[in-house]
Design a protein around this ligand. Structure first.
Ligand SMILES: Nc1ncnc2c1ncn2[C@@H]1O[C@H](COP(=O)(O)OP(=O)(O)OP(=O)(O)O)[C@@H](O)[C@H]1O
Ligand SMILES: [Mg+2]
Length: 756
C-alpha cells in the first residue's frame, strides 16, 4: 500500500494535479495541509523532481516546521526544498540580492519596539504631537500601505487634500529613509522589498523562476496583496502554483489579508483546477455541526458543509459562570480532572481566548492548582530588556550600521556618556551622512563634544576587540565574553531585587540558545543567528515534548488541532468584540464569526464553551450576555440549556446597577496589576527558545498574618483551618482544611485568606 492510498479521491486529485494552477478550497480539518505534504512527497518520489525546485510557504515557523517534518517522514530527506514562511523566504532572497536595491546584505530586521523608537524620534524631529497622532496609528498606516505595496511617494500623491494623511505621508517617507540609513528593514519590508527587487532586477527574478518549478501556499486565505504579488511573480509563466485555503478561516483582514485573493484566484488563473474537500478527519460530527451552524450566518461566502464518519461524539459542553474567576477555576479543575483520570495529558488541552488580557486570570488559577502551562504570545522572551541589551551588543558587533542598537548599549553599563554628547555625535553623523557608530569612531573630529569625547573611545575599542575575537571565538565564547567584559551579570548579582534573579536566568537561557544554535548548524554565523532570532514567531516557543496546557489567542490557534479545546469568554462585547458590534455594517462581525469558526474547528474530541456574566475589562466591571455565536449553535448540540438572560438587555455592556460581589468591584491595586512570573515551583518560566510571555505573579509581599493552626476565611471556600505554611521560592504555600470544601493547597498571594 502506498502513502497515497490513505487519501480520498479529491485529496488525490490535489496531489496528482502537479502541472498548472490549482486552487484547493476546503473547510477546516479536511486535510488541506495533508494534501500539500503528500503532494511534495509525490513530486519528489514519483515524478523525480529535485527537492531544490520545490517551494512551500506558510505563515508560522511552527506550521512550516511541522510541514517539513511530515514531508521528511514521507520521503526521508528534503532539505533543499524551501518549506518555510513568507518572511524567511524573503530574508533568504534579500540576504543574497538586497544590495541590488541599495541596501547592504547584512541588514538588520526591526521588531515592533525598534519601529516605535524610530517613529518616536521622527515625530520629535518633525514636531508631530504624538498625543494627537499616535505612534501606533502612524505605524499601522505605514504597515497597511506596505501590505498594498504603496510606496511613500504613492502614498503622498494619494494624500492630496487630506491633512491627516499628508502628515502620515511625511512620516512614512522619513521612516523609510531612517531605516535605509540604518541598513534596516521591518517585517512588512521583507515582502515589499523582495517584490521591489524582482521588479527592478528581472535577472534575479528569472533565476528564482527557473529554480522554483513548483510553488505551494498553505493558509492562502490570509495572504495580503503584497504576498500575492510575490508568489505571482515567482510562478511566472509556468503557473505551477498550488494554493490551499479556506475562505471561512480568513481572520487577518486587520493585517491586510485580502480575501479577494482567494475569491478571485480563478480570475487570475482561468485555467485553474478547483478542488473541494468536504470530509473532515479531525473532529466529531457534533463539533462540525456547531461550526457549520455558526458560519452559515455569514453572507457572501462560498457554501460548503463539513461531515465526518467519526460519529457524533460528545455533546458540546457549555457553562456560564457568575464571574471570570469561576470560569478560570472551572477550566483549571476540568483540565486537572482529565489528567487525573488518565484520559488526557496536559498537552492535549488548549485554552483559547479572544484577547491576550484574558490569560491573566487563567494563569493565576493554573499556578494555584500547580498545572504546568505555556502562554503563547504575551511578553516575548526577546522583548525582555536584558535580552534586547545583549542582542544589541551582538548586532553592533555584527553590523555597526544599526544606530538603534548602538545607542541602546552605549551607556549599558553606565559609561558616563550624556544625552548631549549623543546628540552631538548624531548631528555629526547626519552632517556627514554616516552611521552613528562610524561617527563615534571619528569622535576626535567632533569639535563640539570636547572632553567627553574621551569617554567614547573605550566603547569603540571594545567593539573592535569583540569583532576581532569573532574571527577565532565560537559564538558561545563571544556572548560569554560580552557578559564578562560588560559586567552585565555581575551587576545583576549585586542587585538584591528578585527581578534580577529572573533576568540572570533569562540571560542563561540566551547563552544556551546560542550554544544550541551552534550545535545544530554546520556553518554558524553571527548574522544568521540574529536572523533566526528576528524571525521567531510567538508560537515557536512551544516545546512539543513538554506536557503543558497551551493558552493562546484564537488567532494563534490557526492550523493547529487539540483533543480538548476550551473556548473561554464567549460573551457579546468580548467575542464578538464590542468594537465589532458597534461598527457600521456586518463586515467586522463576520470576521469575528470566522474566528469563532476557527476556534470551534480546532477541537478533535471535546469542545467546552465557557462564559461569565460579569468580568473586569480594563478595570471596569462589565455585564455581558452569552455570545451570539453560542446562540447560533443548535441547543440540542449543547449539554446545557442556554440560561435565561440574567439582566435586562439595557444592562448589558454597561457598568452595573446591581451591586456585584465585593471581590469583583474592587479595583486592582497597582501591585496586583504588575506583570508577573510563574512561580518556579510549578516548572514554568522561560524554558525554551522564543518562549512564552509568562508573566510573573503570586509575589508575596511578606509572610501573611496567619499561621498554621489559625482559622481563616476564603472568598469562595468559606472558613477553614490552616494546616501548614511552607515558604516557596516566591510565595508561601498554604494548606487549608476548609470546613465545607475540604483540603486545598494554595499560594498565599492568590488565596487572599482573611484571618478570623
Ligand atoms: N485521508 C485522510 N485519512 C486520515 N486522516 C486524515 C486524512 N486527511 C486528513 N487527515 C487528518 O485530519 C487532520 C486534519 O488535517 P489537516 O490539518 O491537513 O487539515 P486542514 O484542512 O489543513 O485544516 P485547517 O483548515 O485547520 O488548517 C489531521 O490530523 C490529518 O492528519
Ligand atoms: Mg491546515
Amino acid at each position: 500500500m502506498s502513502i497515497y492510498d490513505t487519501l480520498n479521491e479529491q485529496q488525490k486529485q490535489g496531489v496528482f494535479t502537479t502541472e498548472g494552477p490549482v486552487l484547493l478550497l476546503a473547510g477546516a480539518g479536511s486535510g488541506k495541509t495533508r494534501v500539500l505534504t503528500h503532494r511534495i512527497a509525490y513530486l519528489i518520489e514519483e515524478m523525480g523532481i529535485n527537492p531544490y525546485q520545490i517551494m512551500a510557504i506558510t505563515f508560522t515557523n511552527k506550521a512550516a516546521g511541522e510541514m517539513k517534518e511530515r514531508v521528511e517522514s514521507l520521503v526521508g530527506f528534503a532539505d533543499s526544498a524551501w518549506i518555510t514562511t513568507f518572511h524567511s523566504t524573503c530574508v533568504r532572497i534579500l540576504r543574497r540580492y538586497i544590495d541590488r536595491i541599495g541596501y547592504d546584505t547584512n541588514f538588520v530586521i526591526y521588531d515592533a519596539d525598534d519601529q516605535k523608537s524610530v517613529i518616536k524620534d521622527i515625530c520629535k524631529r518633525l514636531n508631530v504631537d504624538t498625543k494627537v497622532l499616535k505612534e501606533r496609528t502612524v505605524l499601522s498606516a505605514i504597515s497597511s500601505a506596505k501590505d498594498e505595496l504603496i510606496s511613500p511617494n504613492e502614498y503622498s500623491l494619494s494624500a492630496a487634500g487630506d491633512y491627516h494623511k499628508q502628515k502620515i505621508a511625511a512620516l512614512y517617507k522619513e521612516y523609510q529613509q531612517t531605516l535605509k540609513k540604518n541598513n534596516a528593514v521591518d517585517f512588512d519590508d521583507l515582502i515589499m522589498k523582495t517584490v521591489e527587487l524582482f521588479k527592478d532586477c528581472p535577472d534575479v527574478l528569472q533565476s528564482y523562476q527557473n529554480r522554483f518549478r513548483y510553488i505551494m501556499v498553505d493558509e492562502y486565505q490570509d495572504t495580503n496583496s503584497a504576498q500575492f504579488e510575490l508568489i505571482r511573480l515567482l510562478a511566472g509563466d509556468r503557473h505551477n502554483l498550488c494554493v490551499v485555503g479556506d475562505d471561512d478561516q480568513s481572520i487577518y483582514k486587520f493585517r491586510g489579508a485580502n480575501i479577494r485573493n482567494i475569491l478571485d484566484f480563478e480570475k487570475y488563473y482561468p485555467e485553474a483546477a478547483v478542488i473541494r474537500l468536504e470530509q473532515n478527519y479531525r473532529s466529531t460530527q457534533n463539533v462540525l455541526d456547531a461550526a457549520n451552524a455558526v458560519i452559515r450566518n455569514n453572507i457572501g461566502r462560498k457554501e460548503k458543509s463539513l461531515w465526518t464518519d467519526q460519529g457524533a461524539g460528545e455533546r458540546i459542553h457549555f457553562r456560564q459562570f457568575d464571574n471570570a474567576y469561576e470560569e478560570a477555576e472551572f477550566v483549571a479543575d476540568d483540565v486537572a480532572r482529565k489528567k487525573r483520570n488518565g484520559s488526557y495529558q496536559y498537552k492535549d488541552c488548549a485554552v483559547l481566548y479572544r484577547t491576550n488580557a484574558q490569560a491573566r486570570l487563567l494563569e493565576e488559577r493554573f499556578i494555584v492548582e500547580g498545572i504546568p502551562y505555556d502562554v503563547v504570545g504575551g511578553v516575548n522572551f526577546y522583548s525582555r530588556k536584558e535580552i534586547k541589551d545583549l542582542l544589541a551588543y551582538l548586532k553592533t558587533i555584527d553590523n555597526g550600521r544599526d544606530d538603534l542598537s548602538v545607542k541602546r548599549i552605549i551607556n549599558i553599563p553606565k559609561r558616563g556618556i550624556g544625552a548631549a554628547t549623543i546628540a552631538e555625535v548624531q548631528d555629526y553623523a547626519d552632517e556627514k551622512g554616516i552611521s552613528f557608530y562610524d561617527a563615534l569612531k571619528q569622535a576626535d573630529e567632533i569639535s563640539t563634544i570636547g572632553r567627553s569625547g574621551a569617554k567614547l573611545k573605550p566603547f569603540v575599542d571594545m567593539i573592535k576587540v569583540f569583532r576581532s575575537k569573532l574571527q577565532v571565538y565560537t559564538l558561545t565564547d563571544l556572548i560569554k565574553d560580552i557578559i564578562e567584559t560588560t559586567g552585565y551579570v555581575r551587576d545583576l548579582e549585586a542587585d538584591s531585587e528578585e527581578e534580577a534573579q529572573t533576568r540572570i536566568e533569562n540571560i542563561d537561557e540566551l547563552v544556551s540558545k546560542v550554544a544550541s544554535y551552534e550545535e545544530t548548524h554546520d556553518e554558524p554565523s553571527l548574522s544568521e543567528f540574529l536572523e533566526e532570532v528576528a524571525l521567531v514567531a510567538d508560537i515557536d516557543g512551544v516545546d512539543e515534548d513538554d506536557d503543558r496546557v497551551l493558552l493562546m489567542t484564537l488567532h494563534s490557534a490557526k492550523g493547529l488541532e487539540f483533543s480538548q479545546v476550551y473556548l473561554t469568554g464567549m460573551e457579546d462585547g468580548l467575542f464578538p468584540s464590542y468594537m465589532s458590534i458597534v461598527a457600521d455594517g456586518d463586515a467586522e462581525i463576520e470576521e469575528e464569526r470566522r474566528l469563532a469558526y476557527v476556534g470551534i474547528t480546532r477541537a478533535k474530541k471535546e469542545l467546552t464553551i465557557c462564559c461569565a456574566k460579569m468580568r473586569m475589562i480594563r478595570g471596569e466591571t462589565q455585564y455581558n450576555a452569552v455570545s451570539r455565536f453560542v446562540k447560533e449553535i443548535p441547543p440540542e448540540l449543547l449539554d446545557n440549556r442556554m440560561p435565561k438572560p440574567a439582566y435586562r438587555d439595557d444592562d448589558l455592556l454597561q457598568p452595573s446597577r446591581t451591586k456585584p460581589a465585593a471581590v469583583l468591584t474592587k479595583k486592582r491595586t497597582a501591585a496586583e496589576n504588575k506583570p508577573y512570573i510563574a512561580s518556579a515551583g510549578t516548572k514554568m518560566g522561560i524554558s525554551s527558545f522564543g518562549s512564552l510571555g509568562i508573566t510573573k505573579g503570586g509575589n508575596a509581599a511578606g509572610k501573611p498574618d496567619y499561621d498554621a493552626g489559625d482559622r481563616v476565611s476564603h472568598i469562595k471556600y468559606g472558613e477553614g483551618t490552616v494546616l501548614a505554611m511552607e515558604p516557596g521560592p516566591r510565595d508561601y504555600k498554604v494548606t487549608v482544611d476548609f470546613d465545607e470544601a475540604g483540603q486545598k493547597i494554595m499560594y498565599a498571594g492568590f488565596a487572599k485568606l482573611k484571618k478570623l
